[in-house]
Ligand binder design. Structure first.
Ligand code: DGJ
Length: 728
């Protein structure tokens, strides 16, 4: 059993195959976290360990001969504001008498097989053999408010998830100000914090910082998880590498304003906390009502960042992504965006599709500009009707023609938005997020629809349903091209306006649940100006994300390397585009563009009617290669070998579960003159087995490939190689 309660020691053991998370009920009352790390089946009690700082005063002065420092507080599973812990609380609320102090103590617990769903929220899932759950109920006796901390243990995947439900069992209303999904204290401050920052076309930039005294916040206030920080934060021991050392990851299954904080206090205890952002947030909870937080996914690895990433990858591939396409090969696509932008006709699209089909591409995705009067980004969002001036046969006519060519049809939509110049806005000016009597701030000339409103959600569901029913459409690219500002809803009362950011995301999830259920055969791809909302919450509804608008091969190496920290390559959309590149004007060889895009869900995004014979041949070969080996790339294990953030080159590798096929991908970003070839050491091969390089026929043992490595020239920019090694 992955979870058990040691009655005598009052300890809960949450054990996975290789890790433990141990909670103790101090004085049978207060759950504290006493350990998270490598598997440990027996732990002395917290008091015996003299874990706590012997300070002066404490409201938690428990009857065990030990006093806890008031200003430092306990390593509580649910640290609350106002009772002596001066650090970031995990729970903060205002009660009807104006007081803000809570004192949650153990009430009961339940250990169950399986994992209950989180109502209205995306979450990891698993059957009773895969996952078990501890439901730990605590109560604040004075107010009758209780919380249920939910810990789910994916034993074989080495993952623990945590969330919290607040139940107002009292007779008066409360106002929740903060509700973190997870909070863990470490009796150690010797960490580096690894995070992913970025911006449009520059997502997933890896950064490492020493943990300073004080509080570091990695957060979003832009209404979506955002480009600026990804909701993944890793605490790594300073000696941790890709293959070695202890790392602790927390990834939030949430797509809106979040906050992951790392706080180091005066006595070198570090608190890691993750949840919805408490900034500009409050939630009224009436008597009898409950509030569910999103889920945090906690991963510990003593095999460095690589070990951690593989645990996230296998969890997300198997226990987060859903639907028909979860494990299915996705169509190789051509997207017309960079080929035509808004300027296209049905004839042009057909011309591109014909050429694409000839090369082996399976689907055409019609991007922005097919609806309303949309010829630039300043109109028509919300008017989801085909522009027959551009598409003379309508969506159905186009889909039928594509089918005749042998191509599937995918379509772009941006359902959360409205253009001021649209029929929808003219009919419903109050449907957008705004504050009455204040200017409405435009971004990309558009406003955000208020998805907290049921009428808005219903309208959008019906608009998208009509599109999907109007033609044979098998793919939807769901875009979202701005941050949210002007936080105000015409429907919410004044005292609930601060609920809007959470209600918006809940509304979005409701819409996505409804549409993905109604159209199970449609492959949905998530996009937000590229990777502006690339998070586990969105992956629950859409199994892949357009990872960046930057399709330059060099930039993509950084972006895809960073994204792979927790997101598996099968969730990463990657396209080959034209040169000079539209984002950075760089010229890279088509080979390198292909070698990078193949480490993801492959697609093309250029005017195929303008390519040369030689390029056609190369593209056809890329597609054949990808078809042959995508099983290993998309569903095998990924090992990162060299980081672009530390070198002028990068390398990673994929290996099939049975270790019979490994694919080594190397990329030289900045060549150096007069250097000996670089050796890239492969990983996870069978050391005594012999592997053959499929291209060259060269045979080497696994031990050789892992210890001596594979030599690559790096005396020139943009050299790249994708090599397959087959066990013979
Ligand atoms: C942003 C997306 O990331 C692009 O791929 C493209 O779809 C544009 N929006 C269209 O407006």
């Amino acid at each position: 059993m992955a979870i058990f309660f040691d009655e005598k020691k009052q300890q809960f053991y949450l054990n996975t195959a290789n890790t433990s998370y141990i909670i103790e009920l101090l004085d049978k009352r207060i759950p504290i976290n006493i350990y998270w790390g490598s598997l440990l089946r027996d732990m002395p009690s917290a008091v015996a360990l003299r874990y706590m700082h012997p300070g002066n005063l404490s409201v938690h002065d428990v009857d065990c001969g030990y006093t806890f420092a008031s200003s430092y507080g306990l390593p509580a599973e649910l640290p609350c504001y106002g009772t002596g812990d001066m650090r970031e609380p995990a729970f903060h609320a205002v009660y009807s008498d104006g007081s803000r102090i809570s004192n949650f103590e153990y009430k009961s617990h339940e250990i169950i097989n399986g994992k209950p769903e989180l109502s209205g929220l995306p979450a990891t899932y698993g059957n009773e053999d895969e996952v078990s759950t501890l439901l730990l109920s605590l109560e604040d006796q004075l107010t009758g408010v209780s919380v249920c901390l939910q810990y789910s243990v994916f034993e074989q995947r080495d993952v623990i998830t945590r969330s919290m439900k607040i139940i107002n069992g009292g007779s008066s209303e409360i106002n929740v100000l903060k509700a973190a999904s997870a909070s863990v204290d470490f009796y150690d401050s010797d960490f580096e914090v690894v995070s992913l920052h970025g911006d449009w076309a520059r997502e997933f930039q890896l950064e490492k910082n020493k943990v300073p005294y004080g509080v570091l916040h990695f957060d979003s206030k832009c209404g979506k998880s955002g480009h600026f920080q990804n909701p993944l934060v890793v605490m790594a021991k300073p000696d941790a590498t890709e293959t070695y050392g202890e790392v602790y990851g927390v990834n939030l299954v949430y797509s809106g304003n979040f906050d992951i904080s790392v706080e180091k206090n005066a006595i070198d205890i570090v608190r890691l906390q993750a949840g919805i952002n408490s900034f500009d947030f409050s939630w009224k909870l009436k008597s009898g009502e409950s509030f569910q937080t999103p889920e945090a996914v906690l991963v510990y690895s003593d095999e460095g960042l690589g070990g951690m990433s593989r645990k996230y990858h296998s969890l997300y591939r198997n226990n987060l992504c859903r639907g028909e396409y979860k494990k299915k090969n996705r169509p190789i696509l051509i997207n017309n965006w960079e080929a035509t932008y808004w300027d296209f006709t049905e004839e042009k699209i057909i011309e591109i599709a014909e050429k694409a089909h000839e090369l082996g591409i399976e689907m055409l995705v019609l991007d922005d500009g097919w609806f309303g009067e949309r010829n630039s980004d300043n109109s028509s969002l919300g008017d989801w009707f085909c522009n027959t001036k551009k598409l003379s046969s309508g969506l159905k006519g186009l889909a039928d023609k594509l089918k005749d060519i042998g191509m599937q049809f995918g379509i772009w939509v941006e359902p959360e938005m409205v253009s001021p110049d649209s029929n929808l806005y003219r009919a419903h000016p109050d449907w957008c997020i705004h504050v009455e009597n204040r200017a409405r701030n435009l971004s990309r000339n558009q406003l955000v629809l208020d998805f907290s409103r049921e009428d808005v959600r219903e309208y959008i569901i019906s608009a998208i349903r009509n599109i999907l029913k109007s033609a044979d459409i098998t793919y939807v690219k769901w875009d979202m091209n701005r941050c949210i500002s002007d936080w105000g809803s015409a429907k919410l009362p004044a005292d609930r306006q601060q609920e809007l950011s959470y209600r918006y995301v809940l509304g979005l999830y409701e819409v996505l649940e409804s549409l993905t259920t109604e159209f199970p055969d449609v492959l949905f791809e998530n996009c937000s100006s590229g990777g502006g909302r690339f998070d586990p919450g969105m992956l629950y509804y859409m199994p892949q994300t357009w990872c960046s608008d930057d399709s330059d091969a060099v930039e993509r190496v950084y972006i895809q390397y960073g994204a792979s920290m927790s997101y598996p390559v099968c969730t990463i959309g990657a396209h080959i585009s034209a040169c000079p590149n539209h984002q950075v004007n760089r010229r890279t060889p088509l080979k390198m563009r292909g070698d990078v895009a193949m480490s993801g869900q492959l697609g093309y995004e250029l005017d195929l009617t303008k390519i040369t014979e030689e390029e056609s041949l190369m593209i056809a070969n890329q597609i054949n290669f990808y078809r042959e080996y995508r099983e290993v790339i998309l569903w095998g294990d990924m090992y990162r070998i060299a980081s672009p953030f530390e070198n002028g080159f990068a390398a990673w590798q994929f290996i099939s579960e049975d270790k019979s096929t490994a694919i080594l991908c190397t990329y030289i970003l900045e060549g150096k003159p007069g250097v000996a070839p670089k050796r890239f050491k492969m990983q996870a091969l069978e050391k005594d087995a012999v592997y053959e390089n499929v291209e060259t026929g060269e045979q080497r043992t696994g031990a050789f490939l892992m210890n001596v490595g594979v030599a690559r020239r790096w005396n020139s920019d943009y050299l790249s190689q994708v090599s397959v090694f087959r066990k013979i």
